[in-house]
Design a protein around this ligand. Structure first.
Ligand SMILES: *[C@@H]1O[C@H](CO)[C@@H](O)[C@H](O)[C@H]1NC(C)=O
Ligand SMILES: *[C@@H]1O[C@H](CO)[C@@H](O)[C@H](O)[C@H]1NC(C)=O
Length: 350
């Protein structure tokens, strides 16, 4: 799809933004498999602190616990007392709701860590008490022979982000306040989920909800069609508006001319008028036209095609740099976005 079409497709663009940044700052709870954290069906036996909300089910918890006891076989009782808690905590970070952060799994361009990222102080304590445990926790070549050098040891284990390293990540009120409060709906949708509502369209450029109690919405195609989609999801066979004959465009994929937008009257439930924006040739001169149509008296899912009232025409000689957004402001004005070869302009009509 051409850049211009994305520019015009205001709604899909907003969805994309929402998808990419559901949390300010781009940080959010996420598991190593990129899925959202969850509440395990049964409480965890080993990594108990993540029983309420985290990234492990009972099976994973059991695997971690087996690994822990294999490692602990190497220790005598005093070593067990000193180092057991560190090993327990480090292994259990796989169950943290922030495990994707702790293991650097979020950025596909950097390798994932084998061990979770520790905070500097915590790493220092770990080094003092249990540095020789490292070779039991990882077989990574980067970890060989670094036990005696605190700096190299912690350079290997530290996560530089002070908010997301372990154990700080558990202490941050901001990161932990609402953990686990969002519930999936019966279809398994958490937070923002996308559902297909229309397909088979050619260059859809605008999507407008009727907001008149019918729960219909309309989708416009660059070619010059506007289609009505009813509350039950079905599309009305006959177009809401068919301006294909008047609209100036071409089959060339990069052509930015065409039907570009539709806005409904802010009180559409009572004032049955729609405003459209399209390219048109008037005596061989290329223009954009903004006009008004009234809803058909006999069919609520169609505009009266003979009711067109032209509000504005502007010469627009280029087949690219076409703007095309129409929006009603809260002030009741209709805002018309016109892109010119030299920049963009906005006109308003009361
Ligand atoms: C949707 O509603 C319309 C109008 O009520 C009806 O004609 C159509 O058959 C319905 N479609 C489906 C798939 O239920
Ligand atoms: C739209 O209008 C054109 C000509 O005005 C006509 O040929 C075409 O069949 C119409 N399309 C639909 C889907 O009604």
């Amino acid at each position: 799809m051409s850049r211009a079409v994305w520019h015009r497709a205001l709604l899909p663009r907003c969805w994309f933004l929402l998808l990419l940044c559901p949390w300010p700052g781009g940080s959010h709870p996420q598991c190593l498999d990129y899925k959202p954290p969850f509440q395990p069906l049964e409480p965890l036996v080993f990594c108990k602190e993540y029983s309420k909300f985290g990234c492990c089910d009972v099976e994973k918890d059991d695997q971690i616990s087996q690994r822990y006891y294999q490692i602990m076989d190497y220790f005598d009782y005093s070593g067990y007392l000193t180092c057991g808690k560190y090993i327990h905590s480090i292994l259990c970070q796989e169950c943290s709701p922030y495990s994707a952060h702790l293991y650097d799994a979020e950025d596909a361009h950097t390798p994932m860590r084998e061990l979770p990222g520790l905070c500097g102080d915590y790493c220092g304590d770990f080094w003092h008490q249990c540095r020789y445990v490292l070779s039991l926790l990882t077989e990574s070549e980067a970890a060989i022979g670094i036990e005696d050098d605190r700096e190299r040891f912690c350079a290997f284990l530290e996560l530089k982000d002070p908010h997301y390293c372990y154990p700080n990540v558990l202490a941050s009120a901001e990161l932990n306040a609402n953990l686990g409060t969002v519930r999936a709906d019966p279809e398994g949708c958490l937070q923002l989920c996308l559902q297909e509502v229309a397909n088979g369209l050619r260059n859809p450029v605008a999507m407008v909800h009727a907001r008149d109690g019918t729960h219909r919405f309309f989708v416009a195609e660059q070619l010059g069609y506007v289609w009505a989609y009813l509350a039950n999801g079905s599309r009305v066979d006959r177009p809401f508006l068919n301006l294909t004959r008047a609209v100036l465009t071409s089959p060339w994929a990069g052509d930015e001319r065409g039907f570009l937008c539709m806005a409904l009257h802010p009180r559409f439930a009572s004032v049955r008028k729609a405003y459209v924006y399209y390219s048109v040739a008037v005596k061989k001169e290329e223009r954009i036209r903004v006009s008004e149509f009234t809803l058909s008296a006999s069919d609520v899912n169609m505009l009266d095609h003979s009711s067109e009232r032209t509000l504005l025409e502007v010469v627009e000689p280029a087949s690219n740099h076409n703007g095309g957004q129409l929006l009603f402001g809260h002030d009741g004005y209709l805002y018309i976005f016109i892109e010119q070869a030299t920049g963009a302009g906005v006109e308003t009509l009361p």
